[in-house]
Design a binder for this molecule. Sequence first.
Ligand code: ATP
Ligand code: MG
Length: 375
Amino acid sequence: MDKGFPKDILFQTMEERIKYFENKTIAHPMLVNSYKDLMDKIDVAVKGKVLLVYGPSGVGKTTLFLKVRDQFFKKYYNDMIQDKGIIPVLSVETFAPEDGKFDWIDFYSEALRNLEEILIDEKRLPLSDMGVTLPIKPNEKTKRKLRKSLENAIKYRKVKVILIDEAQHMTKVGSAKGLRNHMDAIKSLASKFGVPIILFGTYELLSLRNINGQLGRRTRDIHFPRYNSEFPKEIEAFKNVLWVFQKHIPLQDEPDLLSDWKYFYKHTVGCVGTLRDWLYDTYHYSMKLNEKTKTLTLTDFKKFEPTIDQAYTMAEEITKGEKHLLAKREEKADKLDSWLKLDQVDEKEDKKRMTNKRPGERKPMRDRTGTDLFR
Ligand SMILES: Nc1ncnc2c1ncn2[C@@H]1O[C@H](COP(=O)(O)OP(=O)(O)OP(=O)(O)O)[C@@H](O)[C@H]1O
Ligand SMILES: [Mg+2]
């Protein structure tokens, strides 16, 4: 049973109360499941794998990204103490391209800057001492040189995983061929260093999937969904998230958000990050207005609510993304059966053949397939 915020918080300064709520992360089921699914898939991700983590805007993808980053720093903490050269995680955020096309020069520079920042924070050996030239003015360098620098940096720093947030910007290319080239570039980074690359982004990332069969084999998906009100269990989970939040807003009298769960759901479309920002803005504002505010009511929340227009747009994007995800999956499965003629295999006959073999008769294909061949 969640007891909510520690009661002594109420005796702390207004800034500290605000900070408490600001830093509070709720381990809700969708976040925990996505985290576990992702960590399982990273664990077995072999050389060259690209993992795609996608979900609606404001669901908590960056929160998951930061959690995975922290986890990797923890995992390699001892190695980092022993070898000052190691930086286990390269994490980069990509930006919306100004001219509509994703800019690799920006990306490589940002990645290198990121490694350099860690070096400064951790007082590590500068990359230049290790034969890596850092771009001072990125535009003066060609894309190839920057890429080479990044490749060297990844090698020398023994980077174990590359995390890219807002990766949907990488899909901005203008043509299917361009998209394939982008995916090839990402994939070759991953296979060259034998590290998994994890792309976090909105459903737009889905266009990087299934570009062709070879790429399809190299990607793994992790879906981080919102709470969907079509399913009673998810409504219950959303209500529980709301209840936990209301218990953690440091106020003398606990606000009652739960009774109005439909209102909060409607304006956030079931996305926890959007909900948290809304609650935080309301609390922050009320505290600044009057730090002795005892509780918050619907009137307070209305001021900062995501508007119906915004919620409508979010819902539209989500529905489109979810549809894209499930797009004709059953139809495709049936088509696959028919292409592969699996639908013409008589199940009963097949079973009979497998069980009624004559003594000494070998099972079909046993000689040519199976693990024995590779012993
Ligand atoms: N489980 C959580 N508990 C508390 N706060 C959360 C949680 N998940 C997300 N938040 C907060 O909600 C806000 C939005 O979340 P976040 O940035 O992770 O979402 P996002 O999916 O990356 O959104 P976008 O699509 O806009 O990039 C952030 O301020 C984040 O700290
Ligand atoms: Mg984000």
